[in-house]
Design a protein around this ligand. Sequence first.
Ligand code: NAD
Length: 361
Amino acid sequence: MSSQNRAPQRVIHVGVGVFGKRWCSDFLRSNVVDGTIQVVALVDRNPENLKAGQTALGLRDDQCFTDAAQAFKAVKADFCTVATTPAHHEEVIDAAIAAGLDILCEKPIADTMAATLRIAEKVKAAGRKMAVTMSHRYDQDKTTLRRVVKSGQLGKINAIGMRFQGDMRQHMAWSSLFRHEMEHPLLIEGSIHHMDILADLAGDKCESVYATTWRPSYAAYKGDTDAVVVLGFANGVKVVYEGTCAHSTGLNTFYKEYIRVDGEHGTAILTHRTVELFMRQDIWRQQHREGQGQKIDLLVQPKWINNWLIERFAQWRAGGAPLETEVANNVQTSAIIFAAIESQRTGVPVQLAPFIAAVGR
Ligand SMILES: NC(=O)c1ccc[n+]([C@@H]2O[C@H](COP(=O)([O-])OP(=O)(O)OC[C@H]3O[C@@H](n4cnc5c(N)ncnc54)[C@H](O)[C@@H]3O)[C@@H](O)[C@H]2O)c1
């Protein structure tokens, strides 16, 4: 899978916070080890975080910067990877475009719909490649479920249900401070992955979004930690999503979410990284029971989530297929989230295409 006979592509990584540290110790490293990339510079405003990344990647002092634009000017690279907070993606992307770099950026594209559209437009105008790391869609369990759904064996997909119940209710339990201080932590930081997975499984453009969001009194957040979202897709698929990052017991937390895909001929269920299948039989009034379906073996390959996405991005840059999450497409996923916020504000369903058009005007 790796680019064996090619020179490693040169990467500048920006952002070494909680998740950025994992980029350094795991995602980037695995791709350095197999020769896909070479990390030529590292950036973080915070010198302590920068030092941690430097150690993890074994970089020299002259490869470490506190300013992205300076790093992009000083060190020759092919693309940058961005793991700053969502409100600080755009400034790094602007500097990358000015330096002629392609961009692999953490989700969400930005913290507002207007900034999301601006970024997509600037990338297009500059003719650069940019993709977004929707890590969870590229995890082993979701990829296995997607294979079952896309095989067609369930027949026409009718409805999809998804449940995310994480217990990060105490202050700082969701790793970084910004999530506890923002207005919609669940939707913008968590459900963005889930909407991306749901839209992929639905297999068409999302047309309408209805959402209600709230914060229970016991959740140590400023913004809303809970949501119910209903989506309608152009091909008729309907989706119901329930999410919370302040659950009492963490029944379906990140990497262990529940997804049920109902088709004309059968149902596929993913929960706690196990996929099972139920097929309709030629009998009167079927009754099946979760946990007693046909277990599907998880797909096996060397890399998943961001490890795989870095490799795929390098392959795209080398002439391979674009990522499904290239920025022009991923705008749709962000739009579902910001339309959900708009629906909560107005109390009515939001039609996605007019919503995007109105923000973009
Ligand atoms: N894909 C996933 O599963 C996943 C999981 C967690 C976080 N994330 C994403 O990763 C990103 C970072 O999240 P986090 O939890 O690590 O945040 P964080 O607050 O812990 O870290 C952000 C880091 O970026 C640095 N920074 C901010 N602006 C900068 C700038 N202009 N130049 C240089 N450095 C800058 C900060 O100093 C900090 O070290 C977010 O977009 C988040 O949504 C994705």
